[in-house]
Design a protein around this ligand. Structure first.
Ligand SMILES: Nc1ncnc2c1ncn2[C@@H]1O[C@H](COP(=O)(O)OP(=O)(O)OP(=O)(O)O)[C@@H](O)[C@H]1O
Ligand SMILES: [Mg+2]
Length: 249
């Protein structure tokens, strides 16, 4: 049987499903599937199609605590040091090292519906707050109406996706001061992941001491990050280059 394509809900006959179950419903992700998984998981296109040479950025120093010891990471460094790029490289590597698995999302009389969900997610605090707002607004709209939430995703359901995925990449921590409700949503996700022992990779321009401060994550969250993450300092150059170089001659 052809390997089912990832990230797309598919109808399978009972026989096909049994065959999948026999295979353990596990198969390696293809390069295209990894790409799709990263995009569906929230990574921007810029970070999905990275030049091969950036692969150098993921040395043993990083991969060992993350892949072998199951630790999270707190990536800290100035602007343009390659923190988000490193998150994307780790995510790609994660897909390469883990087999895909299928989840049954519905079973009918003769058909079963399976999906291979994105197991990794990428978000910034503002992506989390916007998603919660969208889900809240969407629920107020009539079904299928303009601005309506087609999947009727609830704010809780939306937050659950970040709380339950295997690895969450949480970027740009501390960039914006979050108002109380939004901060509490973010904290709830971090707490839930901590309680379940799920790996989280944080990236920030700010140190943990700064993030512990008022209006930021708070000391109780930072303490959980310290316990579960290896801290990586990215001290290299700012890799961003101006699009147009001014000729000074
Ligand atoms: N190892 C690398 N070698 C060369 N260029 C790189 C490398 N890593 C990242 N870059 C490039 O540098 C730029 C900045 O990378 P990135 O956005 O990952 O930085 P960042 O640390 O997340 O910055 P910010 O703090 O502003 O979010 C991008 O254009 C990226 O393609
Ligand atoms: Mg970044």
């Amino acid at each position: 049987m052809n390997a089912p394509r990832c990230f797309v809900e598919k109808n399978f006959t009972k026989d096909q499903m049994l065959e999948c179950a026999h295979d353990g419903t596990k198969f390696p992700y293809s390069q295209d599937e990894i790409r799709e998984g990263l995009i569906k998981g929230g990574f921007g296109h810029r970070f999905v199609d990275l030049p091969e040479k950036y692969g150098d950025a993921k040395g043993e120093r990083l991969t060992d605590p993350f892949f072998s010891r199951g630790l999270g990471l707190f990536i800290h460094g100035g602007v343009g040091r390659g923190k988000t790029t490193l998150c994307a490289l780790l995510a790609k590597e994660y897909y390469l090292r883990h087999p895909a698995f299928l989840e049954v999302v519905g079973v009918g009389k003769d058909l079963a519906q399976l999906v291979c969900p994105p197991i990794l997610r990428f978000a910034t605090p503002s992506m989390v707050s916007m998603g919660v707002r969208e889900a809240t607004d969407g629920l107020r709209q009539p079904w299928g109406g303009e601005g309506g939430n087609k999947h009727r995703q609830t704010p809780v359901g939306f937050l659950r996706e970040y709380s339950k995925c295997r690895v969450l990449f949480l970027d740009e921590l501390g960039r914006d001061l979050l108002p109380g409700f939004e901060l509490r949503n973010l904290q709830a996700v971090i707490y839930a992941r901590y309680d379940e022992g799920l790996q989280t990779v944080y990236a920030s321009n700010y140190s943990l001491e700064e993030l512990a401060g008022a209006g930021q994550l708070g000391g109780h969250v930072v303490s959980r990050i310290q316990e579960t993450c290896r801290i990586i300092h990215m001290n290299g150059p700012d890799y961003r280059e101006p699009a147009i170089k001014i000729n000074q001659a």
